[in-house]
Design a protein around this ligand. Sequence first.
Ligand code: TNX
Length: 530
Amino acid sequence: MARDGGAVRRACGGLGAALSAALAACASLPRPPAAATPALALRSLIPLPESVQPGEGGFELTPDVRISVAPASDELLDVAGLLAERLRAATGYAVPVVDAAGAAGPGGIHLTTLGSDPELGEEGYGLTVTPEGAALAAPGAAGLFRGIQTIRQLLPPAIESSSVQPGPWRIAAGTIRDRPRFPWRGAMLDVARHFFGVADVERFIDLLAYYKMNRLHLHLSDDQGWRLVIAGWPQLTGVGGTTQVGGGTGAFYYSQADYVRIVEYARRRHVVVVPEIDMPGHTNAALASYPALNCDGVARPPYTGIEVGFSSLCLEREQTLSFVDDVVREIAALTPGPYFHVGGDEAKSTDAAAYAAFIDRVQSIVSGHGKTTVGWEEIAAARLHPGTIVQQWDRGVIQQAVRQGARVILSPAKRAYLDMKYDAATALGQDWAGRIEVRDAYDWEPAADVAGVSERDVLGVEAPLWTETLTTIADVEYMTLPRLAGIAEIGWSPRQGRGWREYRLRLGSHGPRWRAMGARFHPSRQVPWM
Ligand code: TNX
């Protein structure tokens, strides 16, 4: 206990009802080096778990540490393998993954679905760490994957390093029981305004997964670009995939094999990819690729500016619907997840009645290809089919969706838009919805933020990142961190017990983790960074 700083610090280990007060008191104590204080790690988890009981001491990884799984199914071996990869890179230890049936004695990390509490649900888990070892139990592989993120956060920040670091590698002792508040916790990446390659998208998925998010919404088409090869309509990428905001020419698109790699990378991390083809507006790239999609039969010139609302598919032509059917069919076939996002936002150049009829038809096309429709809140002006999910952002029409019985994803622009500037000094981003500092992104409650939308209407939360002003993955990371962590916690953690005053202390301890990952972040002055 000596290196924890004695009784005062011990009291600070108690999480629960007195969490905020305890953490505020802890903040005034001198900070010991993070690597030497596993108890501190227990108080730094993001998202905040449902319950945490601190124990005595911790479990120290040694060069012979192994990960055992029971049963040794492909799914569980895969989760164990991902944890092993991370531990090997930073510790330099061999970290074998073994079938628990053949694993003798304690002294390792054990992952199991056997005998775990079904109440934990698909993504919940229980973790018990003693000086002898760490035991993670969950009803399913997704829960185990969420649980290994907790194990990572209980280890020193250097565990995120891609090269061997000195250690020691202690996991704080304690018992955690954890499961998510909302089933939909996501982020959106706009790969249309600027294109981001497979490796960049994988880095973005890693951040989502680290904060227990489970949806990656990919905005695959817009006025400035069409980013996924459609076999039946090759010019979409052949023409529409060669430019982006600011101009330039290149092959700014994914082959279908690239897309499958992204989807598979996400799937292994229990993140569902939600592909979006924005229609009937935000379609200049398609209109530039095929003259027949325009009512006048004339292809539009490519667009590299950042205005919105000027383009529309020609809804009078039957060929437009066969185009949409082909696109949805091909993408649906490549996508293991159950969702297809049809956009539907800012169709300012589309006749209102034609828009409503189109959205009605599109929902049938999507369900015809076995998927559930998701759309931006403007689609609530149309008849919503049962099961259609509506994504709120800024237009104040979400109540129409709720009235039709739709479940809602909350992405309030003033809180959750990752492309808004943090403050007046932020060089990147836009500010039409305001400036969003770290506190603004965290300090809101989904069941109380939007008039007419209550807890039972809310499927979850999603943070969109539009990329008009962002050209590199470092730009993406800077706008994403730290705000993504806050949105993730809003989606995962119980409403009771989370608050800005203690959250900012936990968040401060994640700075060294991002540095170890090599991720750029906004060093907000609102946060006491370690
Ligand atoms: C609004 S949010 C848009 C996007 C822009 C974004 C910029 C939404 C559904 N549409 O087309 O990229 O603002 O912040």
